[in-house]
Design a binder for this molecule. Sequence first.
Ligand code: PLP
Length: 368
Amino acid sequence: MYEFGRFFLPGPTEVRPEILAAQTHPTIGHRTPELAALLSEADRHLRPIFGTTRPVFISTSSGTGMMEASVRNAVRRRALCLVNGAFSARYRDLVLGCGRECEVYEVPLGEAHEPEEVERRLRAGGFDALTVVHSETSSGVLNPIAEIAAAVRSAERATGEEILVLVDGVSSVGGMLVETDEWGVDFLLTGSQKALALPPGLAFGTPSERLLERAATLAGRGLYFDLLEYAQHWEEHQTTATPAVTLLYALSAQLRHIVAETMEARAARHLAMAESCWSWAEARGRRWGLRVMAPEGRRSPTVTALALPPERKGSVVAARLKERGYTLATGYGAHRDQALRIGHMGDHTVLELELLLAELESVLGEVE
Ligand code: PLP
């Protein structure tokens, strides 16, 4: 029998049965006042989750769609791309794929970027945007976005160039407090299937005023991800094309749940899960050579990557846990066997996580 609380992938995350059930609402026309009202309410609830007073657009796409939107609408010629794992590398690839140039500031997997180095590179001049991943899901590293955005502002003052800050918050938004406006972020995006604990298929993004002004001067924005089209339609809470209406019902139900929980309590619950995972790794996981990949002070509250010693294979441990009814992720891509990744995000609780960790401990003992 299905039991909630055993599925710990760092996306897609587990969706509560009542949210899944909300999708069975009959489909309605997307140009109706009912749907506009639903989108308007969603926008109102999403703004505080994004830490903004500006509109949050809803796209029927995965998170990568909104990443592409940010590049097409914001990068004029050349970006500084901060790479520290698989998803930040995807941002770089998108910049190149959209025909823009970039300089890459890369640090090894498991490390965060230094704001001072960001500023040093930008001060050399010739940049109009920066791409960065807030919570790098492939390593569990949390980048210091407030400090990086401040470094960008300082470089802007020094060079007189406008440099837009584009942030992938796919595994941070909804799992921690983010401050788009206060930090001075020009675009923050996320996907539905991570800390918001919704099914995959929706993405969300909020552009600054100056990003939209930049977009108006750029050719080649395309059509599906043209943010000026989004902005124009959003005035009436309309979408540019047919949205995934059934997913919007799930969104509506989940946003009401998040409002009732409050974002502060949700962030505190995520941090408590993360801390319990880190202290387990330090107190118990160490016995089997496990180690939290991200350094202290730079750890994501939503996902932990545990580096494994060479004699333990991520795929073997994950398969054993699967036999016991638990799902977690191996390392990402080429690092598959070198790590385990636990997504402690969405609607999970500390207790559910502790049960997973107890099971993991028992599996590690077996394969010793
Ligand atoms: N960015 C981050 C940090 C992610 O974790 C992911 C997916 O895991 C993506 C981008 C890509 O999102 P999607 O698969 O929704 O396109």
